[in-house]
Design a protein around this ligand. Structure first.
Ligand code: PLP
Length: 415
């Protein structure tokens, strides 16, 4: 059970027993735990023995008094798949994809929503609202449905249809807005004030981060299993498709907690933030050597999860990249979509465009020598490609007339 909420910029603390959004300085609040007190009862071996098949197997570092209190749809516990060495992947001896498409609603957003909705319901929230240009809206709609509470989603008009439809099917009230995610965020804030809804915007409440940090915990177990060792271990490099950055910041927090618990040492992966060329505020700030990222003008990319022109957790992401001796790179829309095709055809995984982006970035950093193909590398595929079929129309299909005498000759042309 968490014991304190702390402003991520100034460090002052806030009560844990009431609904909270940002700190007084308008910065994210971070949940803290009495890790020393749980050290003897929360160990890797104990976690391994649990039957719980969700993020709530880590309940001691999540906002509940027991796993039974969670509002869960079975999120997390996703596979870490080692890449086959073929085609463009041939040089990489220890390349893995953490495949988050296995989550409820097909994306890693489920982890954060499960934690945030669980905590907010326990503190008396009666309705939820959030801006979303992609998967978060769907995830929020389904966890609200599970909680039996209304959900209001503000989406830019160009949000992929699948994301809009899934939210509507779950009974969410969806508003399509003629602007960007940041405009939707403004409307969410105003509507929450006016109607008393709880704002689930990314990093504007403390617990989506907590849910997403479980990717960091799981990875330590996955990597140990992959190397046949019982000691938890982390990869050398993690590639993360970065929008609001919740997963990046969350995993970094998880590594710190695991060190305090004595589960790992001080070693850390190099963290790589991947953004699209048309919307790269974090990459620009990282390259400019500044602490925060100004609004990125005219944001555009087909990877809708990366279309975040300004992020409230900007300074936390940049800090994580620097402390980890990581980096930040951009890829073009053409490169990220090519990445989706290569992962599908060579690895059998239908990745989302954001997943394609991290593979494109890994190739780019291999070419510059920053990444060595024999390092232990983890790419995050944050969602399923199935929601992006509109970007990947099948080409070159052969149509068959099953009544034709030459139908086998037609097939032979494709063999
Ligand atoms: C598939 C996908 N990948 C990545 C992101 C960005 O995630 P984060 O906000 O943790 O940076 C999103 C956010 O919408 C997403 O839907």
């Amino acid at each position: 059970m968490h014991t304190v909420l702390t402003c991520s910029l100034h460090g002052e603390t806030y009560a844990i027993d009431r609904l909270q959004n940002l700190s007084a300085a308008g910065k994210p609040l971070l949940a803290g735990y009495d890790l020393a007190a749980i050290k003897s009862t929360f160990t890797p071996d104990i976690v391994r023995q649990r039957n719980e098949r969700s993020i709530w197997k880590f309940w001691e570092v999540l906002p509940v008094a027991s796993a039974a209190d969670a509002i869960s749809l079975g999120e997390g516990v996703t596979p870490l798949l080692q890449c086959e060495r073929r085609g463009e992947f041939s040089d990489y001896s220890q390349l893995y994809i953490k495949d988050e498409s296995f989550n409820p609603t097909g994306s890693f957003k489920a982890r954060g929503m499960s934690a945030a909705v669980t905590r907010a319901v326990a503190l008396g929230a009666k309705a939820f609202a959030l801006p979303s240009a992609g998967n978060a809206g769907g995830a929020a709609a389904y966890y609200s449905a599970k909680a039996g509470l209304p959900c209001y989603v503000f989406m830019p008009e160009d949000t992929p249809e699948a994301n809009i439809d899934e939210a509507v099917v779950a009974g969410a009230n969806v508003f399509l807005v003629n602007g960007l995610i940041s405009d939707c965020g403004k409307l969410t804030r105003q509507a929450c004030e006016r109607f008393g809804w709880f704002d689930l915007s990314t990093l504007k409440e403390p617990f989506r981060l907590e849910g997403k940090k479980t990717m960091g915990y799981e990875l330590a177990f996955d990597m140990a299993a992959a190397s046949g060792s019982s000691s938890l271990t982390l990869p050398d490099v993690i590639f993360y498709p970065t929008g609001g950055g919740t997963g990046l910041i969350g995993m970094w927090k998880a590594f710190d907690e695991m060190q305090q618990l004595g589960w790992i040492g001080s070693e850390r992966p190099r963290m790589v933030a991947v953004q699209a060329e048309g919307c790269a505020p974090i990459v620009k700030a990282f390259r400019d050597g500044v602490e925060s990222a100004p609004l990125f003008p005219n944001a555009h990319t087909v990877a809708s999860g990366l279309r975040v022109p300004a992020a409230v957790g900007d300074f936390l992401m940049i800090r994580c990249l620097r402390e980890s001796r990581g980096t930040a790179v951009t890829v073009t829309d053409a490169e990220l979509m090519q990445g989706v095709r290569e992962i599908a055809a060579r690895q059998g995984i239908y990745a989302c465009p954001e997943g394609g982006a991290v593979w494109a970035a890994a190739k780019q950093l291999t070419a510059t020598g920053w990444l060595k193909p024999d390092e232990r590398i983890v790419l995050f595929n944050t969602g399923t490609g199935l929601k992006y079929n509109h970007l990947l129309k099948a080409e070159g299909l052969t149509r068959l007339d099953h009544t034709s005498a030459s139908v086998m000759d037609e097939i032979a042309k494709r063999v």
